[in-house]
Structures are given as C-alpha cells and as structure tokens.
Design a protein around this ligand. Structure first.
Ligand SMILES: Nc1ncnc2c1ncn2[C@@H]1O[C@H](COP(=O)(O)OP(=O)(O)OP(=O)(O)O)[C@@H](O)[C@H]1O
Ligand SMILES: [Mg+2]
Length: 222
C-alpha cells in the first residue's frame, strides 16, 4: 500500500526558472492494483513517478510506502527499498549502452552480491518472458527501441520487487510491440505485482484497473 499526501514538488524554487510541477497530489495505490497515470506533456507524470520510485525525496508532503514514511528513512534504508522493493522502468530506459543485455538485466543483482548460478537462471527466464532470449549476449547499442524497452522491464524484475513503475513503456513503440508490452505488464499484475504505468496511450490505460489524470499539478479521477 502506497499513500501520497499533499505532495508539492517545485523545481528551482525561488529562482526565475521556478517550476511548480506538483501542487498537492493525493493518491492511494493498493497492493495488487494496476494503475495508469495520464496527462499532457509537462504535467508532472515523470516527476510523480520519480517520487514514487524513491529517486527523489526533495518534495513537500508525505509519502508512506508499506507503512514507512519515506522521508524518515536513512540513506541505507532507502537504498534497500529502492533495490529490493521497487522496479522502475525509466522514460529513457536508463540502460548501459556498451554492455550486454544479460549484464544490464543483472545490474540490480550485483548490488551487494556476486554473480551466481541463480542469477544466470533468472536472467534467462526473464529474457524468455520478455521475448529477448536470443539477444542476451548482444550489446544494448545494437538493439531496437522495443528490444531496449524489454531489457529495461526485465531489469526492473530481476529482484522480484512487489511494485513496478513504468514511465511511458510503450511511448516509442509500434502498435504490435505496444500491445505485447502492455500484455506483459497486465500479466505481471495477474501474478500479483502492483503496477503503475505512465502513459499517453488510451489502449494501455484501457488495460488498467484504474486511471488517474494529472492536470494543473494535481491528480484527478480516483
Ligand atoms: N530536473 C528538472 N529541473 C527543472 N524542471 C524540471 C525538471 N524535470 C522536470 N521539470 C519540469 O517540470 C514539469 C513536469 O515535468 P515532467 O517531466 O514531470 O512532465 P511529464 O508529465 O513527464 O511530461 P512528458 O509527458 O513530456 O514526459 C515540466 O514543466 C518540466 O519542464
Ligand atoms: Mg515524462
């Protein structure tokens, strides 16, 4: 369970280039839910997703994730949560270009331990689930946008976090790939994952249990 209370996010506060990206967001997301966040470009969707993913704690208001107030955690506790409880798929993928697909998927796993047999098995399973099993040894720079998107999702899943956050996971894809990625996310939700998808695509939103819109820095529709 995830609760946001009156979240305000201001970039470049009190400077001439100040942006009030979020102006009092209230939102509750239950375990096992699949939620779409929609809204115009620049409305604050990525800003909100970064806060949900604990990548940004520089905001006003409260974020309670599974009973823990995110702002009150130590850096170490926060790092644990980010690495074990949340899988995030960023808008620009955040993949390491001159490294193989398999090594990219494995990145969250390396943190705190060695490469091991279990990792190879899990990487292979996820690659198969995402339809990129023939690309494991390929460098990221040699993949298409749709294939990179699949790697980013596989990486988000390697530690089996309960919460998956995806920022426009079908934004750069054709209809067929978009449909496949949407089905993968819906399938993960059926397995019990809580999923939050930022999207412009009504077809993606249509596969979600609930849909909220961001407008004027606030969330409407839930
Ligand atoms: N690091 C930053 N520094 C300053 N302003 C920022 C920063 N990141 C985002 N903004 C501003 O905050 C507002 C919200 O941006 P955000 O990236 O959250 O929008 P978005 O809804 O994800 O848009 P899109 O659909 O285009 O991805 C925009 O006006 C943007 O210019
Ligand atoms: Mg965005």
């Amino acid at each position: 369970m995830l609760i946001l209370k009156n979240i305000v996010k201001i970039y470049n506060a009190q400077k001439t280039n100040e942006v009030r990206a979020l102006r009092g967001v209230d939102l509750e997301i239950k375990d096992g839910e699949i939620l779409a966040i929609m809204g115009a470009s620049g409305s604050g969707k990525s800003t909100l997703l970064h806060i949900l993913g604990c990548l940004d704690r520089d905001f006003e208001g409260e974020y309670i994730l599974n009973g823990k107030n995110i702002k009150q955690l130590s850096q170490k506790e926060l790092a644990m949560i980010r690495n074990n409880e949340i899988g995030i798929v960023l808008q620009n993928f955040g993949l390491i270009e001159n490294m193989s697909v398999a090594d990219n998927i494995a990145v969250p796993w390396y943190i705190g331990r060695e490469k091991d047999k279990e990792l190879s098995k899990k990487t292979a399973e996820l690659a198969e689930k995402l339809g990129i099993e023939d690309k494991l040894k390929t460098d990221i720079s040699e993949l298409s946008g749709g294939q990179k998107q699949r790697v980013a999702i596989a990486r988000a899943l390697i530690k089996t976090p309960k919460l998956i956050l995806a920022d426009e996971p079908t934004g750069a894809l054709d209809k067929e790939n978009s449909g496949q990625i949407t089905e993968i996310l819906a399938g993960l939700n059926a397995e019990g994952y809580t999923i939050v998808i930022v999207t412009h695509d009504p077809e993606v939103a249509g596969r979600c249990q609930s849909v909220v819109r961001i407008s004027d820095g606030r969330v409407e529709g839930k």
